[in-house]
Design a protein around this ligand. Structure first.
Ligand SMILES: Cc1cc2nc3c(=O)[nH]c(=O)nc-3n(C[C@H](O)[C@H](O)[C@H](O)COP(=O)(O)OP(=O)(O)OC[C@H]3O[C@@H](n4cnc5c(N)ncnc54)[C@H](O)[C@@H]3O)c2cc1C
Length: 337
């Protein structure tokens, strides 16, 4: 394992922000990870795990070891007449995994097509889109526990998965994920309830969609709606959709009858953060090189050479506007370093 010094992270994060790592290494095998952690302990340096850099905002240089996980491999663990269990290296590209499964007609993650990043990062914030979350198919995770200094297997029920959160996000930097195990179905239940997916299928006159048709529909919708990070720096949704009590929702609904929200339990509602941001006039607004994307207010974009600090400050202004107008505190989905 080679440890390089003073490496630019600009091409390694989807915002395209410039930041330097004092030390940097790429991990292709599990045993190399042990060496990297030992190095950090010996040198008394912190570490930062990096996948595809599509959910991270660098606001400063990192004085420590940035460990880029590049462990590859898709291994068939078990096949039954109805199910497939696969073990996937954390460094595999998420969308390529989805494509691989769709091609084999293994259903379960097709609604998560075109989400950038690596397989190892998928459990961190329990990636989700169009009515499906990674947790629905993850059975277990192999990780290095840097607190106990040992390899651990963590079962789905122990991962504390929730909306854009998990054990791994709550106990930041404790677990380094090296493999994720998925259970996929040969005759899956398809998730076509989202209006946008239904619209595409209807337009294409597809009455009995295959998982491939659903994946294609999701790709089409996302390509139209979201900026391509290779052309316009961004990290997808910058903010989470806030959860509020039914009392707060009722008060907001009375004041703003058009508010977009949906119930998530008998006592709570989830508000569409994009709607809140749009109502405060930020959608399509630009300040220097940073802007709020014109087609989706949840996305902050880097039009040119914005620094991480500029993007962070822009997000602060949005948070303040939403707080002032609605009394709702937005939370960032993106990991700020
Ligand atoms: C255009 C666009 C669209 C997006 N759409 C969605 C969407 O629909 N739904 C959604 O949920 N997300 C979405 N995202 C966010 C992002 O794609 C996901 O969060 C993705 O899982 C990040 O993967 P990554 O490998 O790039 O992680 P990184 O950005 O590299 O890392 C994210 C966090 O996870 C940690 N981490 C990464 N790998 C590991 C590992 N192996 N072990 C331990 N910790 C690790 C990092 O330290 C960091 O804190 C979108 C992003 C973009 C740019």
């Amino acid at each position: 394992m080679l440890i390089q010094e003073n490496i630019s992270l600009k091409s390694l994060n989807s915002f395209g922000c410039n930041a330097n790592a004092s030390h940097f290494c790429i991990i292709k095998r599990k045993d190399e990870l042990n060496d990297a952690i030992s190095w950090c302990k010996h040198q008394q340096k912190p570490f930062l795990i990096l996948g595809g850099g599509s959910n991270i905002l660098f606001t400063k240089d990192f004085d420590g070891l940035v460990i880029k996980i590049d462990i590859k491999g898709i291994e068939l663990v078990k096949e039954t007449p109805s199910d497939i269990i696969i073990n996937v290296g954390a460094g595999e590209n998420w969308h390529l995994l989805v494509k691989y499964c769709v091609q084999k007609s293994w259903g379960g993650i097709e609604n998560l097509s075109l989400i950038p990043g690596t397989v190892g990062a998928a459990p961190i914030q329990n990636i989700g889109a169009y009515g499906v979350e990674a947790k629905d198919c993850i059975t277990q995770i192999t990780a290095y526990d840097t607190q106990l200094n040992q390899w651990v297997t963590i079962l789905n029920k122990e991962c504390q998965f929730g909306y854009r959160t998990s054990l791994f996000k709550q106990e930041k930097n404790r677990y380094i994920i090296t493999e994720v195990q998925f259970s996929l179905q040969k005759q899956p239940t398809l998730h076509t309830d989202y209006g946008a997916i239904r619209d595409v299928l209807h337009r294409k006159q597809i009455k009995q969609p295959s998982i491939e048709a659903i994946s294609d529909a999701v790709i089409e919708i996302r390509t139209e709606k979201l900026p391509d990070p290779t052309k316009l720096g961004n990290a997808g949704s910058f903010f989470k959709n806030p959860t509020v009590s039914i009392e707060v929702f009722d008060a907001l609904k009375a004041a703003y009858p058009n508010i977009i929200a949906f119930p998530i339990s008998n006592t709570e509602y989830k508000l569409a953060a994009g709607w809140l941001i749009e109502q405060t006039g930020w959608k399509g607004k630009r300040n220097g090189a940073v802007g709020c994307y014109e087609k989706q207010a949840l996305v902050i974009v880097n039009y040119a050479e914005a620094t991480g600090i500029e993007i962070y400050n822009f997000s602060e202004e949005i948070i303040q506007s939403v707080l002032d107008k609605f009394g709702i505190q937005l939370e960032r989905e993106v990991n700020v370093v």
